[in-house]
Design a protein around this ligand. Structure first.
Ligand SMILES: [Zn+2]
Length: 436
């Protein structure tokens, strides 16, 4: 048995066909029926689905600065367990990833962890302050070759700064990922503005605060002919604006998080800050519009917005608690539950929304290839017929702030292969797996 030849037998592929997959020296060697290879490690996968390795365009890894909440290594472990072969590390670290030094540090830490690709995102503005552009060109030219820029956590609210950023990134085919939150309309906001916020007496976060920025930015990106990505869309109105923009041929893509596909602002009634998130959980009508938008392709991708926080910042009064939820280890199960088991999407569409499309938006060349012969063997295996119960104490993440603790979810991930070697197999993380 060889350590660089793996034969995956009898699984269903994303397109619903059944085939064997042979991996040799890190690449997909062949995909066809009844492959035999006496030298390969054989893995029987009848009843399971093989998808291309999942690609997250929106992950908070917290390093440098908040390694008590997450690190590049612990986040990579959570990612590999969740079926991911690539993560995009958001720039709101401490110090902020607004220069080549920090993005190169994060990139190297990802390589050292070796469990998946870590692609750093660069800040749009210095210190995420929204005033002066960061060292965008230096980050693009660095070894991390940053192509995605975002002030996520903050909105680039100044339209002139946003215009300059959109213009600047054109020369290297970059993209600005906007956290759409009009700051003046959300001062002190704690949850979705609506019936429940008035019952609870918590300051509301109106849908228009998100939609006004999405509308402005699709017009801006059309004007300067650049590339715009909208982070975590949460409102039916936001989906409508993006649908309109795409119909006009405007170059915009958008993401939805798993938690916004399932949870609603009703959960705030518990006053449990595990449900406090930015942007906030919305109404059931928004959830249904987001599902439709994702199925239709108006929303291009699912991104986790994995946001680890320590106990101290989450297990306190709602008003004081940090915004954010874990996402990597539950993402695929939530998508299966909300989109596949409901008949809204096929596994082939899941492969697109969670791997191929995010890899295309981020310009991640070795990702999202979906078992193309000769491509890097980045793939994952899920058994959709099995269920599991989420236990926050069994997570690979350093933090515990999952809103799904105790949920019984469909879809057990059994394998993740990164560059041809298992990074996660039968419940075990293989730390040296990716270091081929
Ligand atoms: Zn955000």
């Amino acid at each position: 048995m060889s350590t660089n030849r793996f034969l995956l037998k009898g699984a269903t592929l994303a397109d619903a066909s059944s085939a064997d997959v042979l991996i040799v020296d890190g690449r997909i060697d062949s995909v066809s029926n009844q492959i035999s290879d006496a030298a390969a490690t054989i893995i029987e996968l009848k009843g399971s689905v093989i998808l291309p390795g999942l690609v997250d365009l929106h992950t908070h890894l917290r390093q440098p600065g908040r390694e008590d909440a997450e690190s590049v290594l612990s986040g990579s472990r959570a990612g590999a367990k969740g079926g991911f072969t690539a993560l995009s590390a958001m720039a709101n670290t401490s110090p902020v990833a607004d220069n080549a030094g920090v993005v190169e540090q994060v990139y190297r830490l990802g390589q050292e962890a070796g469990l998946l690709d870590v692609f750093p995102i660069g800040a749009v503005t210095q210190g995420l302050k929204g005033e002066t552009l960061s060292e965008i060109g230096a980050m693009a030219d660095s070894i991390a070759q940053v192509r995605t820029f975002s002030d996520d956590g903050n909105c680039v609210s100044d339209p002139l700064v946003m215009r300059r950023a959109l213009e600047y990134i054109k020369k290297f085919d970059g993209v600005i990922a906007q956290h759409a939150q009009e700051p003046r309309l959300t001062v002190g906001a704690q949850m979705n503005e609506g019936e429940i916020s008035s019952i609870l007496g918590l300051k509301g976060w109106p849908a228009i605060a998100e939609e006004a920025i999405i509308a402005r930015d699709v017009l801006l990106v059309d004007h300067v002919k650049s590339r715009l990505h909208i982070c975590h869309v949460t409102t039916a109105g936001g989906v409508e604006i993006i649908r309109w923009a795409k119909a006009r041929g405007i170059n915009v893509t958008a993401e939805v998080t798993p938690h916004h596909l399932l949870l609603t602002d009703d959960l705030a009634k518990s006053y449990d800050p595990v449900f406090k998130v930015n942007p906030p959980l919305r109404a059931q009508s928004d959830v249904m519009a987001l599902r439709e938008g994702l199925a239709e392709g108006v929303i291009d991708i699912v991104a986790t917005d994995h946001a680890p926080h320590t106990m101290e910042t989450k297990e306190c009064e709602w008003q004081e608690a940090s915004f954010g939820m874990l996402g990597l280890e539950t993402a695929l199960s939530i998508v299966q539950k909300t989109m596949v088991d409901t008949g809204l999407m096929s596994w082939s569409q899941v492969a697109d929304r969670m791997s191929t499309a995010p890899a295309r938006i981020g310009r991640y060349l070795n990702q999202g290839q979906n078992l193309a012969v000769g491509s890097a063997a980045n793939l994952m295996v899920v058994d959709p017929s099995r269920v599991w119960t989420v236990d926050r104490d069994l997570m690979a993440s350093k933090s515990r702030n999952t809103p799904f603790h105790g949920f019984e979810l469909p879809g057990v991930i059994t394998h993740t292969f990164f560059n041809g070697l298992p990074s996660f197999m039968d419940g075990v993380l293989l730390e040296s797996g990716g270091k081929s």
